[in-house]
Every structure is written in structure tokens, then in C-alpha cells.
Ligand binder design. Structure first.
Ligand SMILES: C[S@@+](CC[C@H](N)C(=O)[O-])C[C@H]1O[C@@H](n2cnc3c(N)ncnc32)[C@H](O)[C@@H]1O
Length: 339
């Protein structure tokens, strides 16, 4: 977050949108990988990416100022920090997809001073974006890229989750909104007697199946294609997991209970806040832009979720930290509440 001390601090923050857009374009056009190993002159970058020379020069200067690039005598090269943070972390298309998503969100903050005062759902200004699941449902290529991107990003979280979850005695697990299956695959590797059903929309399941085949675990994972909000879920599970899905609709929670065997456990891993002024940075970003594109962007706190779970017939055992701000809630299917 910015610290303000001088007028220049304010102006730097005010102009941040052009730097942010310059970075996004670099990620979408693959610039970090072009300049990862050897410097290139501005004219060579312009020719490689098909950008008019003068415009390319300004863009590269902005990226130098941002700390993405260094200007050397023999051209531009990626800084060591940017190399670590970008090239050595996620795949090029994962970064391209993340940058594309933010480019698509950008119109909701244009004209913000007028947009803030509009009631939710008002469409006089840029059309609200359909939510990300609806966009994937009609665009299989988008669903494929999103699913691969999250497989890439969620690897460390999956390893941490697999280490944290004691699934002794659980033979079947339902992974709600399981996407690429990254969590499920880590759990399968850790628990040799386990099998998993991933529930997600058909376009996401298609990529999840491909990933499971690549990892050689397709015999122990199957996919349930459907809408989590339909009120119907498959049944007969010792455990249900919902990781980074953020859907806590009363109908879904009511459907989880009968999906579990007697005494079965419901695990929720998410980035929910402790209180309403304690949002993790990325939740603040999604919540704020989401609130401008249709809904009011509301997200429950952990305490809200615990209350919702008790109302749906669960006993909440504990909430503990995972990594990257994620926490894990464990609840047990309670006795005696009507289904
Ligand atoms: C952010 S991703 C998380 C995927 C996975 N759990 C992980 O941690 O990597 C959320 C997933 O939930 C799925 N999802 C969200 N709402 C859904 C709904 N109503 N019906 C089916 N799937 C849904 C999305 O398609 C997406 O794959």
C-alpha cells in the first residue's frame, strides 16, 4: 500500500494505472521471456512484438521505471528480481491469463468518481462483466487457460493442504469447485487408499481430466459435471473439500450435509477475512472491482461462515492457517439435524 508524504507520492499513486497497464501488456505479450537471458535493443523488441518504434521506446522506459527492466549499454534486459518473481514462478500463459483478467476488469474503475455512487447493477457506465464461471461456461478455451493457470498457481497451496489434512479412514472425498484437481491430486499422492470426485462445470472438468491423465492418477479421480448451486450433489463421501471457491450459498451448504456419510468432515480452505477491515490484498482487489461490476462484492468473515455452517447442521472444529493467507476450516456433519 502507498505511503503518502509528499505531493509527488500522491501523483505517483495517481499515475499508477499506466504503469499497471504497461506491466499487464508486458505479461500478455511475453516481454519478460523475450528479455530473460540476453539484452535486446529497443528496435529489436519493437520488431519482435510488432510495436511502432516510438511507442515501444516509451513503454520500455515505463517498465524500467517500474523495476521490471534494466537499460544496459547493449539494450534492455529483465531485472534479477523480475526474473525471480515472473519467469521463475509461473508459466508464461498463467501470467498472460492473469494480466488479461485484470485488463478485462479495468473498465469498471474508469470513471470511478461517478460510478461509485450508482446503485449495484446499474449499467449506465461500462457493462458489468458476467462472473468468471459464466464466462468459462461459454468459452472452453478460456476455461482451459484458467484451469491450467490455477494448477500452476495453486501447487504450493495443494502441498500445504495435503500435509495439513488428516484423511486417515476416508476412502472417498468430494472436491467442490475442484477445478484442475490440483488439491485432489496432492491428496491422492499423500493418501494411497483415497479416491476423489471433482465437481465443477463441464468446460473446467475437461481440462481437469487431461491434467489427471498427465499425472497418471486418472484411475482414482472422476469428475462430476454440474452447477454447485443446483442443490444436487453426489453422495457417499467421508470428506468434502471446498478450496478457494468462495460459494457459501445456504442451498450449497444444505446439499453438502447429505453428501457426507455419518460423522463425515467438511473442509473449507479460503482467504476470508477475520473482520470486515482485514481483507487480504487480493480479496480487497477482487471485492472492490466485483462490487463495481454488478453485485455488492460481499464476502463472509470466518465467523460468519462458522455461523452459516452451524445453521446448516455442522459442528465447527477449528480454523487454522495454511499458506499465503489461506486458512483451513474443519467442520463435522452433526447428528440429528433434518436433511
Ligand atoms: C478459484 S477456482 C478454485 C479451484 C480449485 N478448488 C483450486 O483450489 O485450485 C473455483 C472453481 O470453482 C468452480 N465453480 C465456482 N462456482 C461454481 C458453480 N456454481 N458450479 C460449479 N463450479 C463452480 C469454478 O469453475 C472454478 O473451477
Amino acid at each position: 500500500m502507498a505511503r503518502f508524504d509528499t505531493p509527488d507520492d500522491v501523483l505517483e499513486c495517481l499515475w499508477g494505472y499506466s504503469a499497471s497497464a504497461a506491466l499487464g501488456a508486458a505479461l500478455e505479450l511475453g516481454l519478460p521471456w523475450l528479455l530473460a537471458d540476453a539484452p535486446l535493443e529497443g528496435s529489436a523488441v519493437a520488431a519482435a512484438l510488432g510495436i511502432p518504434l516510438g511507442r515501444c521506446g516509451w513503454w520500455l522506459q515505463v517498465l524500467v521505471r517500474l523495476g521490471l527492466l534494466e537499460r544496459r549499454i547493449d539494450g534492455y534486459i529483465l531485472t534479477p528480481g523480475a526474473r525471480r518473481a515472473i519467469v521463475e514462478s509461473y508459466a508464461p500463459d498463467s501470467w498472460a491469463f492473469l494480466a488479461q483478467e485484470d485488463r478485462e476488469r479495468l473498465p469498471v474503475v474508469v470513471d470511478l468518481a461517478r460510478r461509485l455512487v450508482l446503485p449495484p447493477g446499474h449499467s449506465r457506465l461500462p457493462e458489468p462483466l458476467p462472473d468468471y464461471v459464466a464466462r468459462m461456461a461459454v468459452d472452453p478455451e478460456r476455461a482451459r487457460r484458467f484451469t491450467r493457470m490455477l494448477y500452476d498457481l495453486h501447487g504450493p497451496l495443494a502441498e500445504c493442504l495435503a500435509a495439513a489434512l488428516d484423511l486417515a479412514g476416508v476412502r472417498r472425498l468430494l472436491d467442490l469447485g475442484g477445478g484442475s484437481g490440483v488439491m485432489s491430486l496432492a491428496l491422492l499422492r499423500k493418501n494411497p487408499a483415497l479416491s476423489v470426485v471433482v465437481a465443477d462445470i463441464p468446460a473446467v472438468c475437461a481440462e481437469g481430466r487431461r491434467i489427471a491423465r498427465e499425472k497418471g492418477l486418472e484411475d482414482r479421480i472422476s469428475f462430476w459435471e454440474g452447477d454447485l448451486l443446483s442443490g444436487e450433489l453426489p453422495r457417499g463421501f467421508g470428506a468434502v473439500l471446498e478450496c478457494d471457491v468462495g460459494v457459501y450459498d445456504a442451498g450449497l451448504l444444505a446439499a453438502v450435509r447429505p453428501a457426507l456419510d455419518e460423522g463425515g468432515r467438511f473442509f473449507v480452505a479460503d482467504l476470508l477475512p477475520e473482520s470486515e477491515d482485514d481483507y487480504p490484498d487480493r480479496v480487497l482487489h477482487w471485492g472492490f472491482t466485483g462490487s463495481l461490476s454488478g453485485g455488492d462484492g460481499a464476502r463472509p468473515t470466518w465467523l460468519d461462515l462458522e455461523e452459516q455452517l452451524r445453521a446448516a447442521g455442522f459442528e465447527v472444529a477449528e480454523v487454522r492457517p495454511l499458506i499465503e493467507g489461506f486458512r483451513l476450516l474443519e467442520a463435522r456433519r452433526g447428528p440429528g439435524v433434518p436433511q
